[in-house]
Write a protein that binds this ligand. Structure first.
Ligand code: XMP
Length: 515
């Protein structure tokens, strides 16, 4: 079969499936993750140059173990099975897989016995690899040869060079297999004969094509939040379908200083997108009156968002599609009995629970990408650094940074303090190393002295953290002079604050936000 310049990864639910795609894209070959139950016929139509079978948490003997269409091996397209993928290949092609009593987990040393094997071309005869498996292949299917072994694994790698089917028991996609990238390069370039030509610009072209085909002359609605993901989706859809895109930006009154203005200027004025800003601050504030509990705040805000968004959507005329900035990490990694990961709707986009009269088909053009790839797409589409390098901001906004009751006056105190935290930290040359930084308004007053008189005013906590993914975080060691200018500016310039403290807690056991 003719092939196009891309590689398909069939996902059997490994935690690191996404890394396979990422490593291959880093080598400038487009790669897409598909559910493991994708049929051979569907693959034939899309003409990948190669197919990777990912790892997975199950055993091929397990009840409901995910499998793939056996005809995948007869497409004439090279296949690389990784871990579970190798065991499944052996199982489906009538070799033998043996259930292991113990798991082999961690670093292992592997010897490549067949130095002719293209997968290991140019690599050392002894390689460090990362193992994570219980079962292993003990009898090779007909036509296969063992290529490499480790102490616990007689077939750490296998090949059928005639049919171009390969299997590795270890994970080449993780950093603990130092030469794993070279193996994937050998697979993509030497075995699948791909060309290293893919870059973000080609992703954009590809995505625009797909969007145009799907949407036709229809209309698309997008809830724009000003965050990186929805901003990149807006820029991409605008490029693809221009005036058929309608963006709704709900101004919930819980945003940071000038945020609404920035979104209007960029997307409304500069891009010329059909942008509908809904000024809903008063409704949110009214519904939040007297609400103290953080989860209750989130519920009220989520529900109000849906109400406001749905009401606006109904005024826009017939709209068939709803776009979302779902990224790969938002897609649940677990495998359902029928195989393949299932999608969730990102909670902070808050469009999961739209009323029944609003029915849309979803468009999620970023669902294959990681955050840093999304940023690269944004840059390529001409979005400014203040959008693509923006720090994460919680959907409920400043509401979860005001401890206690939310009022217009307390919101303004926090907004002004927050502005000063951001302005001072952004003067640091390395400010992009700080994952998040913001102010929190505490529900206590402290005594101070101003001139000759005693004050009894608000306390602001400053939070700055370093993190890779928001799951864990360390408090950021801000230089004293930066802390000093933050504190001076807040106390001198923000009316109603007479004390500033710095939060020196890490996550866990604290969280990044205070609520
Ligand atoms: P925590 O406070 O749990 O936050 O350590 C981890 C990351 O998630 C963000 N965050 C939220 N994002 N809706 C969101 O969209 C929320 O309700 C929410 N709460 C926390 C937080 O800013 C940090 O980046």
């Amino acid at each position: 079969m003719d092939h196009k310049n891309w590689i398909a990864v069939l996902d059997f639910g490994s935690q690191v499936t996404q890394l396979i795609a990422r490593r291959i894209r880093e080598q400038k070959v487009y790669c897409e993750i598909l559910p493991c139950y994708t049929t051979a016929e569907a693959l034939r139509q899309r003409q990948p140059a190669g197919i990777v079978l990912s790892g997975g948490p199950q055993s091929v003997f397990g009840e409901n173990a995910p499998t793939c269409d056996p005809a995948v091996f007869a497409l004439g397209v090279p296949v690389l099975g990784i871990c579970y993928g190798m065991q499944l290949a052996a199982h489906l092609l009538e070799g033998a897989v043996t259930a292991g009593d113990t798991r082999e987990f961690g670093r292992a040393v592997m010897t490549v016995e067949n130095r002719e094997c293209t997968l290991f071309h140019g690599l050392d005869p002894t390689l460090q690899v990362w193992m994570s498996h219980g079962d292993k292949v003990t009898t090779l299917p007909a036509g296969f040869q063992g290529v490499a072994s480790s102490r616990d694994c007689p077939y750490a790698a296998m090949q059928d060079p005639v049919r171009n089917i390969y299997g590795v028991q270890f994970h080449p996609e993780v950093v603990h297999t130092p030469q794993g990238g070279d193996m994937l390069w050998n697979f993509a370039m030497q075995i699948c004969h791909c060309e290293p030509t893919w870059e973000m610009a080609s992703f954009i072209e590809h995505a625009i094509d797909a969007i145009q085909q799907k949407v036709g002359s229809g209309n698309v609605l997008l809830g724009l939040s000003g965050g990186v993901d929805s901003s990149v989706v807006a820029a991409l859809l605008h490029k693809a379908i221009g005036p058929q895109l309608h963006c709704v930006f709900v101004d919930n009154g819980l945003l940071r200083h000038e945020e609404v203005h920035d979104v209007e200027t960029l997307f409304g004025d500069a891009f010329g997108i059909d942008l509908h800003v809904v000024p809903a601050g008063p409704i949110f504030l009214e519904r939040l009156q007297g609400v103290i509990d953080p989860e209750e705040k989130r519920k009220v805000i989520g529900k109000t968002f849906i109400d406001v968004f749905a009401e606006k959507a109904r005024t826009l005329g017939p709209v068939e599609f709803l776009a979302q900035g779902t990224l790969y990490p938002d897609v649940i990694e677990s495998v359902s009995p029928t195989g393949g990961p299932s999608a969730t709707i990102k909670s902070h986009h808050n469009v999961g629970g739209l009323p029944a009269d609003l029915k849309f088909q979803l468009i999620e053009p970023l669902r294959e990408l990681f955050k840093d790839e999304v940023r690269a797409v944004g840059r390529e589409l001409g979005l400014p650094s203040y959008v693509v390098d923006r720090q994460p901001f919680p959907g409920p906004g400043l509401a979860v940074r005001i401890i206690g009751e939310i009022t217009a006056q307390r919101l303004e105190v926090l907004r002004q303090a927050d502005l000063r935290v951001r302005e001072e930290i952004m003067k640091m040359p390395n400010h992009l190393d700080v994952w998040q930084y913001f102010a929190v308004l505490l529900p206590i007053q402290s005594v101070g002295v101003m001139g000759d008189s005693r004050t009894y005013e608000n306390v602001i906590a400053v939070r700055a953290v370093q993190s890779l993914d928001g799951m864990t975080a360390d408090w950021f060691k801000l230089p004293y002079d930066v802390m000093d200018s933050i504190s001076n500016r807040i106390i001198n310039e923000v009316k109603g604050v007479n004390r500033v403290v710095y939060d020196i807690s890490s996550k866990p056991p604290s969280t990044i936000e205070w609520e």
